[in-house]
Design a binder for this molecule. Structure first.
Ligand code: HEC
Length: 102
């Protein structure tokens, strides 16, 4: 019984690990100055972005080139700054997938 519990704890730690790594990447990239997973900061809560049904291509464009006008009702019209090439295209895709998976 104890080993089953240990296995379950280990399995959930393994599932949680990639999400933590992605959040760390967001932190290193400076995103958390304006975003949080579940609260509006300057930009929209990333859970709200995931729930909005926005498609992956749009999120990638918003992160790499900046975005404006998609979240005016929430942000009052503040734009999202462009992150390419400060953040690599590969990492921008990782961040977009992380946000969509929230
Ligand atoms: C200076 C503040 C600021 C920073 C830093 C910032 N954002 Fe944003 N972000 C915003 C604002 C404001 C919006 C809403 C823009 C709009 O209305 O379209 C936004 C929107 C978004 C959206 C939704 C885009 C869409 O098309 O719906 C995503 C995804 C996002 N940000 C991800 C990120 C990621 C990833 C980073 C770090 C690489 C980041 N943001 C850094 C302010 C910021």
């Amino acid at each position: 019984m104890k080993s089953i519990i240990t296995a379950a704890v280990l399995a959930s730690a393994l599932v949680a690990a990639p999400a933590m790594a992605d959040l760390d990447l967001a932190k290193k990239s400076g995103c958390l100055a304006c975003h949080s997973v579940d609260k509006k900061v300057v930009g929209p809560a990333w859970k709200d972005v995931a729930a909005s049904g926005a498609d992956r291509a749009r999120l990638i464009t918003s992160i790499s080139k900046g975005g404006k006008g998609n979240w005016t009702a929430v942000t009052g019209g503040v734009p999202m700054p462009p992150y390419s090439p400060r953040v690599s295209d590969a990492n921008i895709e990782i961040l977009a997938d992380f946000i969509l998976g929230l």
